[in-house]
Design a protein around this ligand. Structure first.
Ligand SMILES: Nc1nc2c(c(=O)[nH]1)N[C@H]1C(S)=C(S)[C@@H](COP(=O)(O)O)O[C@H]1N2
Ligand SMILES: [Mo]
Length: 321
């Protein structure tokens, strides 16, 4: 995503009115902090604190959904990022996100579901056990990294809202805070960043709502306090710092598709057979492995063909890119 895309004009997106003023404090987190301040530690903290300094999480590794490749270093994972809200260079998110405040955090849930409303970070996360999954992140720019995420299957969270039969898609929106996110003061993308999944993709057991990486809560540059990971899709589907979730009947707009529709589709499934109009997707550069220009073959659906190909049965993947 090095080229500034054209601006396609306005697009329907989650109404600004769903963005919550951030005044909702999270009681349990305050209690926990009080406990920590009183020197009571090791009390089975099973849900994360989303603070600027990443905090240790407790979780179990999910071996079944982890790839065997050794993860990239913490340094690679936290210093080579795309997060245009903090700038377009790979080093910008780490350099420019220090003033971002991921706590307190509220997510607004709207649309085709029986349960909607505003939920604190703790409300969303607390009922669930955290798991670690080692996934390959395949960026549409043809590089990749292996990352140990900590999170919850997104479907487990979404089911609590009891989506109606009209919920065919789920839309997500990143926070809009130009005062804390200097990239939002430029027009490189239409802000806020928006993404979406078909409901069956969102409910697929591989789709993760990540709250941590390397056993700690997410650093700001990786999308604190919660972000999406869809491991069979290009990295840009993994929207960061989510503040709104909407269940919809119609396919929602997505930032890169709106910005450059010929180049980035709604599906964005990793597919070595379908080139980007300006470069091949057949191979990728694994960051931090061997020579800078060393490349390896990209796998269909990023290696998850057996698990996800059936979601797209009968679809032309050249048209639905
Ligand atoms: N809000 C937002 N989310 C975003 C992006 C962004 O610019 N803004 N970049 C995407 C892209 S292109 C990639 S490759 C991944 C990178 O995730 P990572 O920094 O944790 O590796 O985040 C995705 N999520
Ligand atoms: Mo990306």
């Amino acid at each position: 995503m090095l080229i500034k895309p054209f601006r396609p004009g306005d697009s329907a997106r989650i109404a600004p009115s769903v963005i919550t003023p951030e005044h909702v404090f999270e009681d349990r987190r305050r209690l926990l902090r009080a406990a920590l301040a009183a020197g009571i530690t090791g009390i089975g903290v099973s849900w994360p604190r989303a603070e600027a300094a990443p905090a240790a999480l407790s979780y179990q590794r999910n071996e079944r959904y982890s790839i065997a490749d050794p993860p990239n270093s913490y340094q690679d994972v936290t210093s080579y990022n795309n997060f245009y809200e903090f700038g377009t260079d790979k080093s910008d998110p780490a350099a420019n996100s220090g003033r971002f405040k991921p706590e307190p955090w509220t997510v607004t849930v709207v649309g085709e579901a029986e349960v909607t409303g505003r939920f604190s970070f703790g409300d969303l996360i607390k009922p669930h056990a955290l798991e670690e999954r080692i996934y390959r992140l395949r960026c549409v720019e043809a590089w990749s990294m292996v990352i140990p995420w900590v999170g919850i299957p997104l479907g487990d969270v979404l089911r609590r809202f009891r989506p109606t039969s009209r919920a065919k898609y789920v839309a997500f929106e990143t926070v809009y805070r130009p005062e804390q996110m200097p990239g939002q003061r430029s027009n490189v993308l239409d802000w806020p960043y928006v993404e979406g999944l078909r409901i069956d993709e969102a409910m697929h057991p591989l789709t993760l709502l990540a709250v941590g990486v390397y056993g700690k809560s997410l650093p700001n540059q990786n999308g604190a306090p919660l972000r999406l990971i869809v491991p069979w899709k290009y990295g840009f589907k993994g929207i960061k710092s989510i503040v709104a979730i909407r269940f919809t009947e119609k396919q929602p707009p997505t930032s890169w598709n709106v910005s450059a529709p010929r180049e980035y589709g709604f599906y964005a499934n990793v597919n070595p057979l379908v080139d980007h109009p300006r470069w091949s997707q057949a191979r990728e550069r694994p960051i931090g492995r061997g020579a800078f220009n060393a490349r390896v073959a990209t796998q269909m659906f990023n290696g998850y063909e057996a698990e996800v190909a059936s979601l797209y049965a009968g679809m032309d993947l050249r048209r639905n890119y």
